[in-house]
Each structure stands twice: as structure tokens, then as C-alpha cells.
Write a protein that binds this ligand. Structure first.
Ligand code: FES
Length: 328
């Protein structure tokens, strides 16, 4: 068995073979930031002061960070002893003030924040929200990039979820949060405005899709845009009226709410959103597809969309938010 010694703040953590730096530190009770544990949110970023970080632990980091030996602790299987430091997170965060909290349904609220500095993001990306004690979680931006200072999020309350419970119960209008640089590759670019688009989301996975739709319509997207929003029961859906109003206003926008259990009222489809979408749109050749929600749904739907003719390069997905939520 090979052990590596990872020194942070003069305290040594023993990293076992096959274990990441993050896992080793959490096992030893070290207080280090993290969220997704899958290399997506970058909240576990550290800097190596001694010892080269493995190349795989720098996946997705900007070149400028790689060159300075930053790495993601959740992807780092160290090949030598290392001395590391937590990244200077203040460099990557901006301050934001809570502007409003509005209930979307029993378990989800719409959080709006006003950022001190303009954020340069693409509709569909996510940020890390951090409170003053360092606890942070990743949330998708739910609005288009027209509002460079104002961001909205759909925060679903998770039983035992420390961050989401705190947002629902304790965070008040006027409070301050830290907001990271925007991240993620599931976003809209207005490069092919005649392309048809299919968007499928479950639960609060509607958030990035709503931002993408708003952006596409504002940019004058001319292709057909089909949104399928699913939940187990009617209680889990929200923004039905808003999406129906959008559908009335834009001829090329089509909205189908779906429930997989119980009775569905008129205008709501019965079945899982991905199954309903794939049955209704059997030919996705040339389409752009966005998927957001539970990882199982996202993975299954990727395959379905591919089998229905969508090219893999045109399928964008964002599943980790749900995955990270379950780790709270
Ligand atoms: S990238 Fe490591 S915890 Fe998210």
C-alpha cells in the first residue's frame, strides 16, 4: 500500500492509494471546501506549493490556473507527497446582496441577488454561492445574461441539506452572499439561431433551462424551442402560468408540463418528461438538446436523444447539481 503525505496549514493528511486528496482530508475531519465531488464546481480547488499535481486533477481549469499549479482536490490521486494551500477564493468571488425570496412551490424558492460586480456568464451556467462561514453549494443561474448584476436561482429545499435549509429558513433580504465566477459547459450560444432546440428538466432543473429559453428568445432564436418540465406530482411543478404565457407570446416556443404519478389536469402530460418528449419528437436529427435534473434521467435521456438522431456534440447536460445536493 502506497501512502502520500499531503500537508495543508502545517498539518499532514495521509492519503491512501486510490483515494483523492479531498476524500483523505474529509476522512480525517479536515475543514475543506467542496460541493460536487466530481470535478465540476471547482469549489475544492487548491494550489500545490510543493509537488506536481497530476494532470487529471487540473481538468477544466483555466490555463492560467494550471500553470500556477492549481488543482481540484476531488480529482487528485497524488503521485507524490505534496504541500498544498486552499485557493485564494476571495480572488474568484464577488459580493452579492439578497434582493428577494419568493416561493415557487412548497419546496422551491426563487432567490434573487444583486452582485456588486458585473458577472460575465452564459445562460445555463452555474455559480457557487458561499455564506460567511465558507459553506457553499452550486446553483444554476435561472435568468438570461441581459442582467449582468442581477442573478436568480431556484433553491429546492432538501431534507437535511445544510445550505438549502439555511437559504429557506434564515437567509434574509439584505443579507450578503459570495458568488463565484460562472462555470459549466451547459449553456446557450446564439450561433445557429435556426436550429431546433429540445430542453428537458425535472424539478428545479428548470432553472438553467429557463435562463436558456429567456436568452434564446431575447436573441431572436428562430428555430422551434420545446420545453418539457417534469415532476412526480403536480406539487413539484411550478411556473406553469409563466411558461404558458411565454408560449402564447412566442410562436416558436412550446411548453409541456409532465407528471409521472397521479392524475394530470388538462394541459399536463402523464409520464416522465424524457419519455413524453422522446415519444413526441422521434426525429431529433440536427436538434440541440439541453438536459438538466437527476443524473439517472440525464444519462438515460442522452442515450434516447442520440438514438432519436441528435448528434452527441449537440447534447448539453448538467446533472451534478442534483448529485451534489444529495451530498449535503
Ligand atoms: S470540483 Fe471538486 S468538489 Fe466540485
Amino acid at each position: 500500500m502506497i501512502f502520500r503525505h499531503i500537508t495543508l496549514d502545517e498539518q499532514v493528511t495521509v492519503c491512501h492509494e486510490g483515494e483523492t486528496v479531498l476524500d483523505a482530508m474529509l476522512r480525517e475531519g479536515r475543514d475543506v471546501p467542496y460541493s460536487c465531488r466530481q470535478g465540476a464546481c471547482q469549489s475544492c480547488m487548491m494550489r500545490s506549493l510543493e509537488g506536481m499535481p497530476p494532470e487529471d486533477s487540473q481538468k477544466g481549469l483555466k490555463n492560467v490556473l494550471c500553470k500556477q499549479d492549481y488543482f481540484l482536490a476531488c480529482l487528485c490521486f497524488p503521485s507524490q507527497d505534496m504541500v498544498v494551500a486552499l485557493s485564494h477564493q476571495a480572488d474568484f468571488f464577488t459580493e452579492a446582496t439578497v434582493v428577494s425570496k419568493v416561493s415557487l412551490n412548497q419546496e422551491t424558492l426563487l432567490l434573487t441577488i444583486q452582485c456588486k460586480d458585473a458577472l460575465d456568464y452564459y445562460a445555463g451556467q452555474f455559480v457557487n454561492l458561499k455564506r460567511s462561514d465558507g459553506l457553499m453549494r452550486s446553483y444554476s443561474i435561472a435568468n438570461s445574461k441581459v442582467h449582468t448584476h442581477k442573478l436568480t436561482f431556484h433553491i429546492r429545499r432538501l431534507a437535511g441539506g445544510r445550505f438549502s435549509e439555511w437559504v429557506h429558513q434564515e437567509l434574509n433580504v439584505g443579507d450578503i452572499l459570495s458568488v463565484s465566477d460562472p462555470q459549466g459547459l451547459c449553456f446557450y450560444l446564439p450561433d445557429n439561431q435556426g436550429q431546433n432546440m429540445l430542453l428537458i428538466g425535472t424539478g428545479s432543473g428548470l432553472a438553467p433551462l429557463a435562463g436558456i429559453i429567456e436568452e434564446a428568445l431575447e436573441q431572436g432564436h428562430t428555430g422551434q424551442i420545446h420545453l418539457y418540465h417534469g415532476s412526480r406530482e403536480m406539487d413539484g411543478l411550478y411556473w406553469i402560468d409563466e411558461m404558458q404565457a411565454l408560449q402564447q407570446h412566442y410562436e416558436n416556443f412550446h411548453y409541456t408540463p409532465c407528471v409521472s404519478r397521479g392524475d394530470a389536469p388538462d394541459g399536463v402530460a402523464t409520464g416522465r418528461a424524457n419519455d413524453v418528449a422522446m415519444a413526441t419528437l422521434p426525429d431529433l436529427k440536427g436538434w440541440r438538446v439541453f438536459l438538466c435534473g437527476h443524473p439517472d434521467m440525464v444519462n438515460q435521456t442522452k442515450t434516447q436523444a442520440y438514438l432519436n438522431g441528435a448528434s452527441l456534440k449537440d447534447i448539453y447536460s448538467d446533472a451534478f447539481h442534483v448529485a451534489s445536493s444529495s451530498l449535503e
